[in-house]
Design a protein around this ligand. Sequence first.
Ligand SMILES: Cc1cc2nc3c(=O)[nH]c(=O)nc-3n(C[C@H](O)[C@H](O)[C@H](O)COP(=O)(O)OP(=O)(O)OC[C@H]3O[C@@H](n4cnc5c(N)ncnc54)[C@H](O)[C@@H]3O)c2cc1C
Length: 448
Amino acid sequence: MENIVIIGNGIAGVTAARHIRKLSDKKITIISAESEYFFSRTALMYVYMGHMKFEHTQPYENWFWKKNRIELLNAFVETVDHENKSLKLKSGTSVSYDKLIIATGSKPNKFGWPGQDLKGVQGLYSKQDLEQLEKNAPNKEVCKRAVIVGGGLIGIEMAEMLRSRKIPVTFLVRENSFWNGVLPKGESQLINEHILDHHIDLRLETNLEEIISDENGHAKAIRTDKGDIIECSVVGLTAGVSPNIDFLKDSGIELGRGVKVNRLLETNIKDIYAIGDCAEQHEGIGNRRPIEAVWYTGRMMGETLAQTLCGNPTEYKPGHWFNSAKFLDIEYQTYGWVFSERSKQDHEEHFHWRHAKENICLTIAIHKDTRKFLGINTFGIRMRHEIFDRWLTENKNIEFVIEHLKDANFDPEFFKAYEQEIVSQFNSTYNTNISVKKKSWKRIFSKA
Ligand SMILES: Cc1cc2nc3c(=O)[nH]c(=O)nc-3n(C[C@H](O)[C@H](O)[C@H](O)COP(=O)(O)OP(=O)(O)OC[C@H]3O[C@@H](n4cnc5c(N)ncnc54)[C@H](O)[C@@H]3O)c2cc1C
């Protein structure tokens, strides 16, 4: 029986294991150092915020693994010896494999800041980070202020977590507007305002220079590049993540920033594959980046690789880009490509609508010449994934999308609808006369 070993029990490794089991009788072992059982990393914040217990972040019951003959090994892999098809564990024991899947995820970036290894300084990635935060910032009496460094999705989550316990937060963001390398300016501005509304001390265009220690090696303050000293006992390092692959340095497996893979997710070494956050495509697919540290990518890669390993060689073809996240109280969804001003393409034009009073907006990207619909970002309105996926596949033009916006709205019926307002603004901007069509369930559920 073929022996498949997977390093990493995150969404990528676990999806691969589940699908290999569905398709075959192979021996499957998952090795992971972080936790015994798979949990949803994206839900970690809710544990600290008291919305759920850690056990609730585990989508499968503990008996699931044994029943499905997936062996779990709670251990750290130190080296991969591909010539002997063997892994060396930190405990000193070895594990052999016929096929190896590397799914070791990411680690928080550290940029060599003075004081970055002091007590009280931490990232937010792992279960251990969550436990550390619980110790470092149990309440506002122990943690009188936290400083978060790096304005991305994880930084804003950490700010929200700390604010849920009323801990004062200073948020250092290098850019002149929140996440404006990704978001167009109207949306980035909305989030700046929303952060301030949550009483978070947002400092734009501000970098960390140094973390200052007390006499016990614990962070007591930080200094910014503007010379400000901010007293704090917790420093959250959330300036992005990078592939967690240090242990592979001398393995002979080709590495770039991540583990280099082709479209079949194969590395340069026979019978070794990489998936999820740690995998790096030789060339990005379409507009996608070579490394995509997002949940859905790990899941899709896991499913794809299971096919290949079970006799149906399948290339990783992720389809249209989509993602979702939450910025404090505002839900964000994106379908297709809507670039920020920084990376906007020459042919790309944006239609932006923002509600006058509420935290609701959208931006639609349009091809200037062909009027083709390129993508949409929504804030505070929930949209139907299948509908945008279909419209992107069918190359719909912007007029069609505007006319049928109600079909795409996924908000419950009792939610307020804004299509009329959006269409009026579109008509006055583009001098058109589109009227929004009534929602049609027949259209919504028809196939492409
Ligand atoms: C706080 C937070 C919020 C997020 N929110 C979102 C979101 O809203 N939307 C979204 O799309 N994405 C989000 N992400 C990103 C998403 O969680 C990741 O893209 C995804 O979890 C990566 O899955 P993975 O399976 O590739 O790796 P991981 O989940 O990182 O799993 C890899 C596992 O391998 C283990 N491992 C590593 N090296 C070794 C070794 N040598 N030996 C043994 N074990 C090892 C690690 O300890 C880890 O348990 C978020 C991430 C974080 C941290």
